[in-house]
Design a protein around this ligand. Structure first.
Ligand code: FES
Length: 586
């Protein structure tokens, strides 16, 4: 479990001089403003020699009292600072907006780009030379990395780490997955209120992000595979003392990265993104990774597409036996060797020459990592799936793509034809789904409209549409569901997600009516509605665009700027690598 050299390569590299530091532009000049800045640093008790000519390290901390997964980040920030001081840098903790997945409405996704924007501008407007990004709860990882990538300073991602395994009633519980299962059983009447309360009290036992292979574990693992963390960082449980040790090492390493001028552009190459996608596929990671990795890649100038995901999916085995696709949880994964061991097992699928933040290659960082439990990290020949843990669909219902996680769906639904039952909004779905008169059976296809990036708004995680109560009573636990929203990475079921273009802007999903026949064929990567073109043209002509969700504020900016799911839902004005001027210093 101990990773190799964590604090720097022995390779000779160029080194900056103190006067080449970005912060020198603030503090190294003779001017009235510089002296004013020095006086204000003295106001905080610092001598000029404490910071001038030293790497100033911004620690972007997404801690807040409402960020449930990051409650340990106050302490971890202190440990990162210790490492920065030890290495001769000057740490500056800066709070960044916390995105708390379970508490923020309508969806933390609405605010991912706001965190990215804030991160970029914090780093640009202050005298920062490098950054440590503290995130983990779902959208914080991509948000921080997107912003820091656009700014382009040396940076390391410090993952929050998964929480400990959940436990209640003698059972091991996984975040999200067992919550959704418990809720289904409560509605079906197979557990009672006391059972349910016990699940609620024991499913989140410690600081840290969700410990299933949900979006948080997926994205922190992707960050490590991209080369943006120290080796081994993503798998360490949040309360483990080795997590604190990793925070110190991260603080030490970022100082050296500044001197060596190692920038994200050197790390975030097309090969690095292939490594991240391959890792997500081998882990059975969250469908949210498609949206986030596409957005992150575009910030780095890499044109990652849905088709690339699908192509890599055809050659990548799913070897992490983790919920929701498999059996175990992240604490078990760490004990089994963690991400380094999984990557070493599939080294032949990776670009091992890809550089990483510690100055070594990905291949060097994973070399010799051992698997300690073959039931958690499966041998390739015993993979849960030999290929296709995610599948990208095309068809007349989703001309720009949609995604499904076949591993989390009942196999008999992988090829399915059924009659649509359409809900025009989540409110309508909630009101009607348990109506005893709803004309639904196990072969029906539940469809939710107006839940995409603009329609949701913010593309909420509503994609695991609930099974109607009367079908639960008959023992039905999965059925085909289709929407333009996302679903939690901890969810499961035959749920087609991210339909693009979304229904709110007139995508074909807007034209589906109850009674239409829908055909899903995962092996053929097709999703179609069997409605003739003349009828679709008639419906298209009659379709009326809904009014925008927002007239003012951040929501209005979001509505004007956000792209569709297949393009990563970034803001048009933030995507790409066009340079933004450095602030003038007077
Ligand atoms: Fe924070 Fe799941 S709620 S990671």
């Amino acid at each position: 479990m101990t990773a190799p050299d964590q604090t720097g390569s022995s390779q000779p590299r160029k080194r900056l001089k103190p006067e080449e530091l970005r912060s020198w532009r603030w503090f190294g000049r003779e001017s009235m403003r510089t002296y004013n800045q020095r006086s204000r640093m003295a106001q905080m008790g610092y001598a000029y020699s404490d910071y001038a000519g030293k790497p100033i390290i911004a620690i972007l901390n997404t801690w807040s009292e409402i960020s449930t997964c990051h409650t340990h980040f106050k302490q971890r920030a202190e440990e990162i600072k210790r490492g920065v001081w030890q290495a001769g840098g000057f740490p500056v903790e800066m709070p960044a907006i916390s995105l708390s997945e379970t508490l923020q409405k309508p969806s933390a996704m609405l605010y991912r780009n706001l965190l990215a924007l804030e991160s970029e501008e914090l780093l640009r407007s202050y005298p920062c030379d490098g950054a440590v990004l503290m995130g983990g709860c779902d959208k914080t990882t991509p948000g921080l990395i997107m912003g820091a990538t656009s700014m382009g300073l040396p940076m390391i991602f410090m993952p929050a780490g998964p929480m400990l395994n959940g436990s209640a009633g003698g059972k091991t519980l996984g975040s999200g997955s067992d919550m959704f299962k418990g809720w289904t059983e409560l509605r079906a009447g197979t557990i009672n209120q006391d059972d349910w309360e016990e699940i609620l009290s024991g499913i989140a036992r410690s600081p840290g992000h969700c410990m299933t292979m949900g979006t948080a574990s997926t994205m922190t693992s992707a960050a490590e595979a991209l080369g943006l963390t120290l080796p081994g960082a993503a798998s360490i449980p949040a309360p483990d003392s080795r997590h604190a040790q990793m925070a110190v090492r991260t603080g030490q390493r970022i100082v050296e990265m500044v001197w060596q001028d190692i920038r994200p552009a050197q790390i975030l190459t097309p090969e690095a993104f292939d490594n991240a996608v391959t890792t997500v596929l081998a882990l059975g990671g969250s469908t949210n990774a498609l949206v986030h990795l596409i957005a992150m890649a575009r910030r780095a100038g890499v044109q990652l597409t849905l088709d690339r995901f699908d192509k890599l999916a055809t050659t990548t085995p799913l070897i992490a036996n983790l919920r929701p696709s498999g059996k175990h949880l992240m604490e078990d994964f760490y004990r089994a060797g963690g991400l380094r061991a999984l990557l070493e097992r599939m080294r032949h699928k990776l670009h091992t020459n890809a550089p990483t933040v510690n100055g070594l290659t990905l291949g060097e960082n994973i070399a010799g990592a051992k698997v300690f439990n073959d039931d958690v990290i499966l041998p390739i020949e015993q993979a849960l799936l030999s290929e296709g843990s995610l599948a990208v669909l095309k068809g007349n219902l989703c001309p720009d793509g949609a995604v499904i996680k076949p591993a989390a769906a009942e196999p008999h639904l992988h090829q399915h034809t059924g009659r649509a039952i359409v809900f025009a909004s989540y409110a309508e779905l909630s009101a009607r789904i348990d109506d005893p008169d709803l004309d639904v059976d196990a072969t029906s296809v539940l469809i939710l409209q107006n839940a995409g990036p603009l329609g949701g708004p913010g593309m909420p995680e509503w994609g695991q549409l609930p099974i109607p109560k009367k079908l639960l009573a008959q023992g039905v636990r999965d059925m085909l569901r289709i929407s333009d929203c996302r679903m939690s990475g901890t969810s499961y079921g035959a749920c087609v997600l991210h339909v693009a273009p979304e229904s709110f802007i007139g995508g074909p999903l807007a034209l589906v009516q109850t009674g239409d026949i829908i055909k899903l064929d995962i092996p053929a990567r097709r999703l179609d509605m069997l409605v003739d073109e003349a009828e679709l043209a008639r419906r298209r002509a009659a379709w009326v665009q809904p009014a925008p969700r927002y007239q003012r504020g951040y929501g209005a900016i979001f509505s004007q700027q956000v792209t569709q799911a297949d393009q990563g839902c970034d803001f048009v004005m933030l995507a790409g690598t066009q340079s933004t001027p450095e602030p003038d210093i007077y």
